[in-house]
Design a protein around this ligand. Structure first.
Ligand code: TRP
Length: 447
């Protein structure tokens, strides 16, 4: 017997779901992850494969997650279970929800450490430090375990507080005002980069694909980044779908969220790489990329000590509106099953993710030599397991389920009226293209 969600309500207003889903999607993945991964994977070809993954795999799966989430309950485990049973399939499909919750906790653990660095940078950007270059500055931030752990704790506490109050009350307003501000500030940084950075060089780095450096790993990494950036494959969007009003259209909404997310990633790339090239920094320097490049820009810019902190405040808020969607599916499950209250569920899971985060914080300093997976430190290992295995796997299973097992009437009921061609296209992508692309990219790793 599957319990009904106790606190189920819908978000009022046409825009709230789009805002919440965009809030979940837009975060560190776009502004921290995308540029540094494009940088370490050689630029243009990675970007092109990433964009293809968004369109061919990401959008069709986002539509599917919303469909499942909206017609069922809140937590992805029960949503999968109920939809499977209603489609006369096995309740074992709930394992998709379990793998999602696992991925969510793993991601939250390192997400919070990186978001903690953003919080720290609010203060760093406010005070000028003439003695350290921006690279040395980043070095001094990450070399101190106590510093990283402090800010990691602050960020996790904020995430916990919002989720325990209930996402419904927690985010609507925050996203509505602050996300557009972040967008505006990014556009400002791109304009700054056009005039003060090596813009043409950045354009060709990001958009002129060099296929000679493409390996099967480039594909895996770009696909993982696409899932991560759109918040797909673990149930975040499914959990939010549960709050989406019935009269809202699933397909256009998914396109809107995916476009906004992609736009922000591209703006971040266009703001960061011109600075990287102008200051002779390394495009493949890894997770410090956004911090080092943006701080270099703010140090040079008039009013940089004012604009810098605002940038990092908005980025932290974008991270917060994403981290709550990482915590929500697990919390929704524990509380709707009645094991624990909402508050205690949030406490239990965030404490667990917090402890795991210690490993990531130490991977920047004391434990930098420790490899969980060979050749990868703790952060890279978790990133690999979650983004490149669990999320695509979850997404592939969702595609297979919706494409091949879910009852057609149930789908039509949710998707509502759409243009027949669009519907057929989506069916084709979700049945064939999305699952086989993920499978092929997986298989290519073995050879
Ligand atoms: N998409 C967010 C970002 O880009 C992170 C995120 C939130 C996420 N929920 C998720 C990633 C679910 C994967 C799965 O920062």
């Amino acid at each position: 017997m599957i319990k009904k969600l106790k606190s189920h309500g819908t978000w009022i207003g046409k825009w709230t779901f789009i805002l919440a889903a965009t809030g979940s999607a837009v975060g560190l993945g776009n502004i921290w992850g995308f540029p540094y991964k494009a940088g370490t994977n050689g630029g243009g070809a990675f970007v092109l494969i990433y964009l293809l993954c968004i369109v061919m795999i990401g959008v069709p799966i986002m539509i599917s997650e919303i469909i499942i989430g909206r017609r069922a309950g809140n937590s992805p485990i029960n949503a999968m279970k109920r939809t499977a049973l209603d489609s006369n399939s096995s309740s074992l499909w709930q394992f998709v929800g379990w793998s999602g919750i696992t991925a969510g906790v793993l991601i939250l653990s390192f997400y919070s450490v990186i978001a903690g660095i953003c919080l720290n940078y609010i203060f760093i950007a406010a005070s000028s430090n003439e003695f350290l270059s921006s690279s040395e500055q980043f070095g001094s931030v990450i070399e101190s375990p106590a510093n990283l752990l402090f800010w990691h704790s602050v960020f996790m506490l904020l995430t916990f507080l919002i989720v325990s109050a209930g996402v419904k009350n927690g985010i609507g307003r925050m996203v509505k005002i602050l996300m557009p501000m972040l967008g505006a500030l990014l556009i400002f940084m791109v304009i700054y980069a056009i005039f003060n950075g090596a813009f043409i060089k950045a354009l060709s780095f990001l958009f002129a694909p060099d296929f000679s450096s493409v390996t099967s790993e480039t594909f895996l990494s770009a696909m993982g980044q696409a899932f991560f950036s759109l918040s797909l494959g673990m149930g975040s969007i499914m959990a939010y779908g549960a709050y989406m009003p019935k009269d809202q259209k699933v397909v256009p909404t998914s396109f809107t969220v995916a476009s906004l997310d992609t736009l922000v990633a591209m703006l971040a790339g266009l703001a960061i790489f011109p600075i990287i090239f102008a200051f002779n920094l390394e495009p493949n320097s890894g997770p410090g990329l956004v911090f080092v490049s943006m701080l270099s820009a703010f140090n040079q810019m008039q009013f940089g000590q004012l604009i810098g902190p605002i940038f990092f405040i908005l980025l932290s808020i974008a991270a917060l509106s994403s981290s709550i969607s990482l915590l929500e599916p697990g919390v929704a499950f524990l509380s709707e099953e009645g094991y624990l209250s909402r508050k205690n569920s949030a406490l239990a899971i965030s404490l667990f993710a917090w402890s795991l985060g210690i490993g990531t914080a130490l991977s920047f300093n004391t434990l930098s030599g420790f490899e969980l997976i060979s050749g990868k430190n703790f952060l890279d290992s978790l990133d690999f397991i979650a983004n490149q295995i669990l999320l695509p796997f979850g997404g592939m299973m969702i595609a297979i389920f919706v494409g091949w097992f879910m009852k057609k009437e149930l789908i039509i009921n949710e998707i509502g009226y759409v243009n027949l061609i669009i519907y057929k296209l989506w069916r084709f992508f979700i049945k064939f293209i999305a699952p086989t692309s993920v499978a092929l990219i997986f298989i290519s790793q073995i050879f």
